[in-house]
Design a protein around this ligand. Structure first.
Ligand SMILES: Cc1cc2nc3c(=O)[nH]c(=O)nc-3n(C[C@H](O)[C@H](O)[C@H](O)COP(=O)(O)OP(=O)(O)OC[C@H]3O[C@@H](n4cnc5c(N)ncnc54)[C@H](O)[C@@H]3O)c2cc1C
Length: 137
């Protein structure tokens, strides 16, 4: 996680220790046969230069702590706890009406965020200049 990313996580009260982060001090790419360093990138000055350290996380640990924060009660985290619905497939979104068409039915929301990764749905829906952002609440 870059210093910029860490700054955002810290502002949310993210607990790096709980997510078993380790400080990223250096990355080396080495020759597979000789182990001679081909590229060495040092991150030891990150905090001085950018205000935060660079950290490594295991993806599952990062997810797990972010998820527990999102689902935490108001007494532990600001805002209402998020309700997650997993294992559903979005087949279409009507941006005008905020209607999300699932393979099992449809739901309507005031705000819809499309975060389907490298998939094409967001690109297709957002290719029109009239769409700015789509959010699910
Ligand atoms: C092999 C590999 C290694 C990587 N290593 C690193 C790394 O070390 N550090 C790093 O910072 N980044 C790494 N990345 C990049 C990082 O994984 C992505 O940049 C990041 O996951 C993108 O997050 P996202 O939320 O946009 O999309 P995703 O993580 O792809 O999440 C999209 C989600 O949407 C769901 N979805 C898609 N379509 C639908 C649909 N129609 N209905 C319902 N759900 C849907 C998918 O199932 C998925 O859960 C790596 C990527 C790969 C492939």
């Amino acid at each position: 996680m870059t210093p910029n990313g860490m700054r955002i996580l810290d502002s949310w009260g993210f607990n790096s220790d709980k997510a078993r982060a380790v400080y990223a001090e250096q990355i080396r790419m080495v020759d597979a046969k000789t182990l001679e360093p081909l590229m060495v990138d040092s991150f030891t000055d990150c905090e001085k230069e950018f205000g935060h350290k660079m950290k490594f996380f295991h993806r599952a640990d990062l997810h797990s702590v972010l998820r527990s924060m999102a689902e935490a009660p108001h007494s532990e985290q600001p805002g209402e706890p998020v309700s997650l619905s997993l294992g559903r497939t979005v087949v279409d979104v009507d941006c005008e009406t905020g209607t999300i068409l699932l393979d099992t039915g449809s739901i309507r929301k005031d705000l819809v965020v499309l975060a389907d990764g490298i998939r094409v749905m967001a690109q297709l829906l957002c290719s029109s200049p009239s769409w700015i952002m789509i959010v699910v609440s």
